[in-house]
Design a protein around this ligand. Structure first.
Ligand SMILES: Nc1ncnc2c1ncn2[C@@H]1O[C@H](COP(=O)(O)OP(=O)(O)OP(=O)(O)O)[C@@H](O)[C@H]1O
Ligand SMILES: [Mg+2]
Length: 225
């Protein structure tokens, strides 16, 4: 469950988020859509505890994450949130399977269990044969799929991908969003006029897997109305 209230965020004089309210229940899939530069990644990073709002509150699984210390926040993020960065951010010196296993190690999972879970996710992503390759030996889409697997390795209650699923197959995309209990995705506006790639090509108006879509730049709208 994600609950944010009156979130404001500025970078210098640039006011990016001007009082955002959003509630996402367990099992709900929400897509945040808007043009490039609208503030989608900024909002997702705040929900994902990677950045703090200037004002407003962020609750994830009923915990007020804005009040946690850095140490508690790291632990909370590891267990509760699966974040996929806009640009995968895989560690170059580790193989695909090692990248996926690292958050499991941090959570205290045994080597055997972490490897089993990573192998399962690699199979699910169609990447079993790329397990022992480092990121510079993977294609862009393969890197994104490894990043999705890494985000899912600890089975987090919340899954927060930023523009990642454009490169997933339709079947994998559906499984990813339905395998986590809460899903907020940031994506560009699914329209040909959008300067960034549409994450959800299935529908011209709103992501087909999403119950709700929020337009980041005023006027903020929710889909369906
Ligand atoms: N650390 C920062 N310092 C200054 N400005 C920033 C910073 N991060 C983001 N911005 C600016 O804030 C605005 C929102 O950025 P953000 O990355 O959230 O956009 P976005 O909606 O995710 O765009 P895209 O679809 O291109 O990924 C942009 O104008 C961006 O240049
Ligand atoms: Mg972005």
């Amino acid at each position: 469950m994600i609950d944010i209230k009156s979130i404001r965020k500025s970078f210098g004089s640039l006011e990016v988020l001007k009082g955002i309210d959003l509630h996402i229940d367990r099992g709900e899939v929400v897509s945040i859509v808007g043009p490039s530069g609208a503030g989608k990644t900024t909002l997702l990073q705040i929900i994902g505890t990677l950045d703090r709002p200037d004002t407003g509150t962020v609750q994830v699984d009923s915990v007020d994450v804005t009040s946690l210390s850095q140490k508690k926040l790291s632990d909370f993020r590891n267990r509760h949130i699966g974040f996929v960065f806009q640009f995968h951010q895989l560690l170059p010196e580790f193989t695909a399977i090692e990248n996926i296993m690292i958050p499991a190690y941090i959570a205290g999972t045994s080597n055997k269990a972490a490897r089993q879970r990573a192998e399962e996710l690699l199979r699910f992503m169609g990447l079993s044969d790329r397990a022992n390759h480092k990121p510079n030996e993977l294609s862009g889409g393969e890197k994104q799929r490894v990043a999705v697997a890494r985000a899912l390795v600890n089975s987090p209650p919340s899954f927060l991908p930023t523009n990642p699923v454009a490169r997933l197959t339709r079947k994998t995309k559906k499984s990813c969003t339905s395998s986590s209990s809460t899903c907020a995705t940031s994506s560009a506006r699914p329209s040909s006029s959008s300067p960034t790639t549409s994450t959800w090509p299935a529908s011209p108006t709103a992501p087909s897997r999403c119950a709700t879509a929020c337009w980041c730049r005023p006027p903020l709208w929710v889909w369906p109305p």
